[in-house]
Design a protein around this ligand. Structure first.
Ligand code: PEP
Ligand code: MG
Length: 583
């Protein structure tokens, strides 16, 4: 038995036989093209680019309807890269200028681009080199094999198999979608790689960065994949198989139990009702919301409507995207957050950015209050949509009261304009603010006096409180939702909202993490918004909890004098059995 370790990026256990996707390394010929044949060589290059374009468009047009929404945008990204002059035109200069053959010209240009991406500090942009390489390899295959395909065909029969590959391109993952694959393992990749994102959406366990996986694993090897722990067993001993079969059965039982909770109320044992809402990014995410019968939307991340495109959606397009969600949830709250672009959330549209330190720069409401034309279009679309249901408007990343009054003023101005034009809107639309910056949490009482609700964005609140960039791997180990300073800011915010008599929610990742549910209930939180996949597990905990008991425990946690005692108290609250239940 061999144990290999990597980064678990999608939870779950899979037991199955390996299918190793071995892609031959492309051998790139290098020769000088005679002067009279140079234009032929250019045509050969352009034909290969066109074949690749048609192939990718074909994949894009035949994505199965039940594939995750990310799949289409990943293929679009590959098409954009292919259409970029740096890929589709720059090599022509070398073919003409140096009389290089097309393959060598393209490979050299690709190496230059990869070097540029590798030098970038931002991990998201650094990761883009993978896309460039994958697109270039597709064109190279067309050059090397003009009558063939830009990828290697996959076998038909992959049911129950664990796919092991050096790396998977988005197009591979789409092609693998309906084949009944049980897990993905790749040599390369990180938590934000395509394999990671897509496998989470597909609900398939995955481990990336298992260095040497394709070297150590052979086709048909028996494998156990533990996506949560990031460990993989090759040819496991019987005893290990038995143990993992037991765990897999436990997970399946828990899943079954959770499904039965879909229609149950989210009420604690002592009768306290808790709102469990969903976070969404695009209208397409609504399938997951209906699957768990969420109580509404606690966070609609509208900036996703602005990504992967060169021009922003106009008022009508935004209006349609908001109304679509509202109509699907009659009577239930839909919290539409205004644009939170900037920092880790980038768009290709032309906007001012802060290059020095984007997380502390012109992002979210700051950017909106500078780009008023863009912001007003969004506010108009949201306000018009508010006539169709129970809409709440939420402002991200507030750090002072002036930002609140400026947004409220704009809302009133646009409402007046709509009234004059006889266009419907909800005149009482609640306007809330996100508490994501320590300054906002510390003065939550002041903020609460000017807002209709608060929502705690723990992803950013933790980042800013502990001074750790949320996308920087090197300081990930410091990311700690249980840091006393974070807990104090959360408790202060909940108390401030209670005193002011306005609702307070939490919509950061912490709200969907079972390790913190009891503590947050004990601190008085009654509204949790999360990825829909977490909702039923949270509901189970809510239904098993008694707030009266949890209050005392939470008070003890807040009084803990050191990290170890604090963790022990939280573990105690969660009970011994919970860790296993969360697997
Ligand atoms: C947060 O910061 O916790 C939050 C919910 O906002 P986002 O993750 O979109 O920045
Ligand atoms: Mg945030």
């Amino acid at each position: 038995m061999l144990a290999l370790h990597g980064k678990g990026v999608s939870n779950g256990i899979a037991i199955g036989r390996a299918y190793v996707l071995r892609r031959e390394r492309l051998k790139i010929p290098e020769y000088v093209v005679p002067a009279e044949l140079v234009e032929n060589e250019v045509r050969r290059f352009l034909t290969a680019v066109e074949s690749t374009r048609q192939e990718l468009s074909g994949i894009r047009d035949h994505i199965p309807p039940d594939a995750p929404v990310e799949a289409a945008s990943f293929i679009d990204t590959h098409l954009l890269i292919l259409n970029d002059t740096m890929v589709s035109e720059a090599p022509i200069k070398d073919i003409r200028g140096n009389q290089w053959n097309a393959e060598f010209a393209l490979k050299t240009q690709s190496d230059r681009l990869v070097a540029v991406f590798e030098a970038m500090e931002d991990p998201y942009l650094r990761n883009k080199k993978v896309d460039v390489t994958q697109v270039v390899e597709r064109v190279l295959r067309h050059l090397l094999n003009p009558d063939g395909r830009g990828d290697e065909p996959l076998p038909e029969e992959l049911e129950g198999r664990v796919v092991v590959a050096n790396d998977l391109a988005p197009a591979d993952t789409v092609a693998l979608k309906n084949k009944g694959i049980t897990a993905f393992i790749t040599n390369l990749g990180g938590p934000i790689s395509h394999t990671a994102i897509l496998s989470r959406s597909l609900g398939i366990p995955a481990i990336v960065a298992v260095h040497g996986a394709t070297r150590y694993i052979d086709n048909d090897d028996e494998l156990i994949v533990d996506g949560k722990r990031g460990v993989l067993f090759v040819a496991p001993d019987r005893i290990v198989v038995a143990e993992y079969e037991k765990r897999a059965r436990k997970i399946a039982r828990l899943q079954h139990e959770l499904e039965a909770l879909r229609t149950s109320e989210a009420v604690t044992r002592d009768g306290i009702a808790v709102q469990l809402l969903a976070n969404i990014e695009l209208p397409e995410d609504m399938a997951g919301v209906h699957q768990v019968l969420a109580g509404g939307i606690g966070l609609y991340r509208t900036e996703f409507l602005f990504m992967n495109r060169k021009t922003p959606p106009d008022e009508e397009e935004q209006f349609a995207a908001y109304v679509k969600v509202i109509r699907e949830l009659p009577g239930r709250p839909v919290t539409i957050r205004t644009l939170d672009l900037g920092a880790d959330k980038r768009a290709d549209i032309d906007l001012p950015t802060t290059a020095v330190n984007p997380a502390l720069g012109l992002r979210a409401v700051r950017l909106c209050l500078q780009e008023l034309a863009l912001f007003k279009v969004q506010l108009r679309a949201i306000l018009r949509a508010s006539a169709f249901g129970n809409v709440r408007l939420m402002i991200p990343m507030l750090s002072n009261l002036d930002e609140i009054s400026r947004v409220v003023e704009l809302v009133r101005e646009i409402q007046e304009e709509l009234r004059r034009n006889g266009i419907g809107f909800d005149a009482n639309i609640p306007i809330g603010g996100m508490i994501e910056v320590p300054a906002a949490a510390v003065s939550a009482d002041l903020f609460a006096a000017h807002l209709d609700f608060l929502s705690i964005g723990t992803n950013d609140l933790i980042q800013y409180t502990l001074a750790i960039d949320r996308v920087d791997d090197t300081v990930n180990y410091l990311y700690d939702p249980l840091h006393p300073s974070v807990l104090r800011l959360i408790a202060m915010t909940i108390d401030a909202a209670d005193k002011q008599g306005i609702p307070v929610a939490m919509c950061g990742e912490m709200a969907g993490d079972t390790r913190y549910t009891r503590l947050l209930l004990g601190l008085g939180l009654r509204e949790f918004s999360m990825h829909p996949s977490a909702l039923l597990e949270i509901k189970k905990i809510v239904r098993e909890s008694s707030v009266a008991d949890l209050k005392n425990h939470s008070a003890q946690v807040m009084g803990a004098r050191d990290a170890r005692t604090l963790q022990a108290l939280v573990d105690h609250m969660n009970g011994d059995g919970d860790q296993a239940a969360g697997e």
